[in-house]
Design a protein around this ligand. Structure first.
Ligand SMILES: *[C@@H]1O[C@H](CO)[C@@H](O)[C@H](O)[C@H]1NC(C)=O
Ligand SMILES: *[C@@H]1O[C@H](CO)[C@@H](O)[C@H](O)[C@H]1NC(C)=O
Ligand SMILES: *[C@@H]1O[C@H](CO)[C@@H](O)[C@H](O)[C@H]1NC(C)=O
Length: 387
């Protein structure tokens, strides 16, 4: 501290220079002390008027990061899942596949209903329905003219409906008008739309013990998984699916953090469409989660403003197209957030950009059969169309 003060005063203070400078080395120790104290005062003032505001500004910028980093102190990890091993090979018979999972086989498959709330994910919906259509009896899709955040939204599905002719005969499509309540928590509109979807599923004719897939459009179960579940007896009544996480449209990234998709054996009057944890059972490696897998930067901006986590857009520059493009290519987080983990070890391990993966081995079939169309979703292609 003393050395620092001395050095500081020498450099910055003309009056001190007279006392402390080389010319006055022999001056009284009393005045040296005064000089050092003066230097210290300057440092303290500097700290007060520059350091403190900078510190407060830093908290303003990174407050969310600080609370996320401290998550292990204020939140304990959720109860671990009971992970069910998942077996599949194209040349193993269904009877043997069911047996490997400890289940019997049925004489006929169950009917399968795939129900989604649609926003603007046209490409991903095409990949999803192509993946599932050999196994699904009825597709149920609901869209609204309101985003979860209460902004007017075009009916994107209606505009693109001709792309989905291949499911038309098995499609129950519904539109629900938005409520457009100003300043409301987006989760209220979201749950309002989920209740409407619940009604649409019944209109579509679901019956006891039919399978119902509850997931967002971008949470795509593997076709073979759904085939297994419709053919096997004695499967759990509710089952979460562990999804490979193709996080924020970067290159294919294998992760198992995503589990919100679930499959239910429908019980009239009991089963409700929901998107939270509903059971402890989790079937390993059952599909893909491709969040923010968009072709155009404008679609990223739309979703960032439209979905329930709009509070994560803390600064308007987060929506700047050049920043979004840069973030995608760096493999960083669109909202500049820390990983949601429950131990310091895991937070630190998962900080920083997502390492790119060069594997495109287990991608959805429709994607690999149409690589020219979906080039932007393949490894090594981080550039998105502007506008
Ligand atoms: C699956 O079985 C068919 C017919 O038995 C055979 O032609 C094919 O090569 C097998 N595929 C694999 C991947 O083993
Ligand atoms: C939204 O849709 C509902 C029902 O179709 C309609 O009554 C309402 O006028 C629409 N609102 C806007 C802003 O387009
Ligand atoms: C993900 O996999 C790791 C290692 O395979 C396992 O320890 C962890 O429990 C899994 N996470 C979930 C959510 O299943």
């Amino acid at each position: 501290m003393q050395e620092g003060g001395y050095y500081n005063s020498k450099k910055t203070d003309d009056i001190c220079q007279d006392v402390c400078g080389p010319a006055s080395r022999a001056a009284l120790s009393m005045s040296r002390l005064r000089c050092i104290l003066r230097g210290f005062d300057h440092k303290a003032l500097l700290l007060l008027f520059v350091g403190l505001p900078l510190f407060i500004f830093g908290i303003y910028l990174h407050g969310q990061k600080i609370t996320y980093f401290l998550r292990p102190l204020w939140e304990s990890p959720p109860k671990p899942f009971n992970i069910i091993p998942h077996y599949y090979h194209e040349n193993v018979s269904m009877e043997n596949l069911c047996k490997l999972h400890g289940w019997g086989i049925r004489d006929t498959p169950r009917r399968v209903f795939d129900a989604v709330l649609f926003s603007n994910e046209v490409d991903i919906l095409e990949i999803r329905w192509n993946e599932l259509h050999p196994f699904v009896s009825e597709f149920v899709l609901l869209e609204s003219n309101s985003t979860f955040t209460g902004q007017v939204k075009p009916l994107f599905f209606a505009q693109n409906r001709e792309k989905f002719k291949f499911v038309e005969s098995r499609l129950t499509y519904g539109v629900v008008g938005g409520r457009f309540v100003k300043g409301e928590n987006p989760f209220v509109e979201e749950s309002y739309q989920r209740v409407a979807l619940d009604q649409l599923i019944r209109i579509a004719g679901i019956n006891e013990d039919d399978l119902l897939i509850m997931s967002d459009v971008d949470e795509i179960p593997s076709g073979h998984t759904i085939n297994l579940l419709r053919w096997c007896d004695d499967i759990p009544h509710k089952l979460h699916l562990e999804l490979r996480n193709y996080l924020y449209s970067f290159q294919f990234y294998l992760d198992n953090r995503s589990w919100r998709a679930s499959v239910h054996r429908y019980k009239p009057g009991k089963t409700r469409y929901a998107h939270f944890r509903q059971t402890d059972d989790l079937l390993a490696d059952s599909g893909w989660h491709c969040s923010f897998c968009f072709r155009r930067i404008s679609e990223f901006v739309f979703k960032m403003k439209a979905y329930s986590h709009v509070d994560r857009v803390r600064f308007s520059y987060y929506l700047k197209p050049s920043r979004i493009q840069d973030v995608i290519c760096r493999g960083a987080d669109l909202f500049d957030m820390l990983p949601e983990e429950y131990t310091f070890q895991e937070i630190i391990a998962k900080m920083g950009p997502i390492p790119s993966s060069y594997s495109a081995v287990h991608l959805p079939g429709h994607l690999l059969q149409n690589v020219d169309k979906y080039m932007y979703l393949l490894p090594g292609n981080c550039l998105r169309e502007s506008g």
